[in-house]
Design a protein around this ligand. Structure first.
Ligand SMILES: Nc1nc2c(ncn2[C@@H]2O[C@H](COP(=O)(O)OP(=O)(O)OP(=O)(O)O)[C@@H](O)[C@H]2O)c(=O)[nH]1
Ligand SMILES: [K+]
Ligand SMILES: [Mg+2]
Length: 439
């Protein structure tokens, strides 16, 4: 603790859009001197004070603004360093004038994510929590907000740290087995060691298996609408979008290019893709459309398979939501291949509420954690846990005690890299480069 960034950095922490107030954030060694230069006396720590900001408070040279000032002495600050905030009137000329004084006095504009990076370097948060901050700032949906907030609160960090502790415990036992001849330790120790490792491995594997769910919440998911021509796929897309996004016509083969709309379903960001009607065709362009439709069916998190009342499908795509359209024209079968059919009419609105409920429940199922464990949210996490799993597996298969201990150490290191405890210098640039300036 007590680390002070040699360079004092500043950035506008509020957005660039027109607003009443702009928050200028400053952090680093020179903060106290800078704030005194601007407003004379420091307000009490973490208490808002109304101050005149001067070009130079000592000489009382030209007032820049009247501002609310907050003084955050380290180490109990966001970055762990001394820092302060100025709540300025948000006029561009004021922001420029204050920035100019800060630069004159030796501060420099912050790089993207530099405040949070300093917070990590100073031990105020770990890497996972920092990634949570980035996700929280970017969150657009309720699901993203909830997940990012949990990660910022350390839910994922605590789980990984707990796993690393269990590995450390196993390692301690393993080393005891190495150090003491086997007569002195009861055989149950070896047994307990192995069953502990097996239980941990099962948890990790479950976590990886649920990995997609967290990534789906974070980046959203894709529902592809597919089925034969004239089933009403484009009509469904327009209903979901609440506007005439796609061309609807009685001509079979109207849709060629896949068309996307983005909306929120049960708090999850969902992209719906309308695709070309699936059929054999001589038309080269339509054939390309069909090829793309099949590509989207394969890639999607969920397929909405549509058909018109009079032409039910012979086979159902795996996991599809089956929708029978045009109930106004005739009866729709209750199920196909034991898969229940949601019967609707996009013309009359019949069944659409039930369809929305079904789609929402799909969105929830596809993003739920069945184990109750916090979900991993990035490919980086999946790769790290997978690596830890591989070493743990290798440890369990090892008969040679020293090698087993080494595999346990490697598994611990893989988890340590996730929270940023070990060897992450190279990771920092990659992670913080994606932040916005001012965070
Ligand atoms: N009677 C009736 N007609 C419908 C209904 N839904 C859609 N239609 C009509 O069916 C025709 C085809 O609808 P589209 O939405 O273009 O069907 P599509 O599946 O996108 O067709 P392609 O893009 O050619 O594959 C249009 O004339 C729609 O107005 C419905 O519930 N009842
Ligand atoms: K059509
Ligand atoms: Mg269409």
């Amino acid at each position: 603790m007590g680390y002070q960034g040699e360079e004092t950095i500043f950035a506008l922490a509020s957005g660039v859009e027109r607003a009443a107030i702009a928050v200028m954030r400053v952090s680093g060694k020179g903060s106290a001197a800078l704030l005194e230069h601007l407003c004379g006396t420091l307000p009490p720590p973490r208490h808002a004070g109304l101050r005149r900001l001067w070009h130079n408070a000592r000489t009382r040279e030209s007032v820049l603004d009247h501002a609310v000032v907050l003084w955050f002495p380290g180490p109990a600050s966001y970055t762990g360093e001394d820092g302060f905030e100025l709540h300025l009137h948000a006029g561009p000329a004021i922001i420029r004038a204050v920035s100019d004084v800060l630069v004159e006095q030796g501060a420099r504009p912050a790089e993207p994510g530099e405040f949070t990076r300093r917070a990590v370097v100073n031990g105020r948060m770990d890497l996972l929590e920092a990634e949570g901050v980035a996700d929280l700032v970017a969150a657009e949906t309720e699901g993203q907000r909830r997940q990012a907030l949990a990660q910022t609160d350390g839910a994922l960090s605590r789980m990984y740290t707990g796993w690393a502790d269990q590995l450390k415990q196993s390692l301690a036992w393993q080393e005891a087995l190495i150090d003491f001849p086997d007569e002195e330790l009861p055989p149950e120790v070896e047994q307990a060691l192995l069953s502990g490792m097996a239980a941990l491995l099962a948890d990790m594997e479950q976590h990886i298996a649920e990995g997609q769910q967290g990534e789906r919440i974070r980046s959203g998911m894709v529902f592809a609408i597919a089925g034969p021509p004239n089933a009403g796929k484009s009509s469904l897309l327009n209903w979901l979008a609440g506007r005439d996004a796609a061309i609807v016509s009685p001509v079979a083969g109207t849709t060629r290019d896949a068309l996307e709309i983005v909306t929120t379903l049960a708090g999850i960001r969902v992209t719906f893709i309308d695709t070309a009607g699936l059929r054999e065709t001589e038309d080269a362009i339509e054939a390309e459309g069909v090829r793309r439709a099949l590509f989207h069916v394969k890639q999607a998190d969920c397929v909405i398979q549509m058909f018109a009342a009079d032409t039910p499908p012979r086979t159902v795509f795996p996991g599809a939501v089956l929708v029978g359209n045009k109930t106004d024209c005739g009866p729709v079968p209750e199920s196909v291949d034991d898969v229940p059919v949601v019967a609707v009419s996009l013309r009359t609105g019949d069944g659409l509420q039930a369809l929305r409920a079904e789609l929402e429940s799909r969105a929830e199922t596809l993003t739920a954690s069945s184990s109750g464990m916090p979900l991993l949210t990035r490919a980086r996490h999946a790769a790290g846990v997978r690596e830890a799993c591989e070493h743990l597996q290798a440890a369990m298969q090892q008969d040679w005690p020293e090698m087993r201990a080494e595999e346990l150490r490697l598994a611990m290191r893989a988890l340590g890299r996730l929270t940023g405890e070990v060897g992450v210098e190279d990771l920092l640039d990659a992670i913080f480069g994606q932040f916005c300036i001012g965070k």
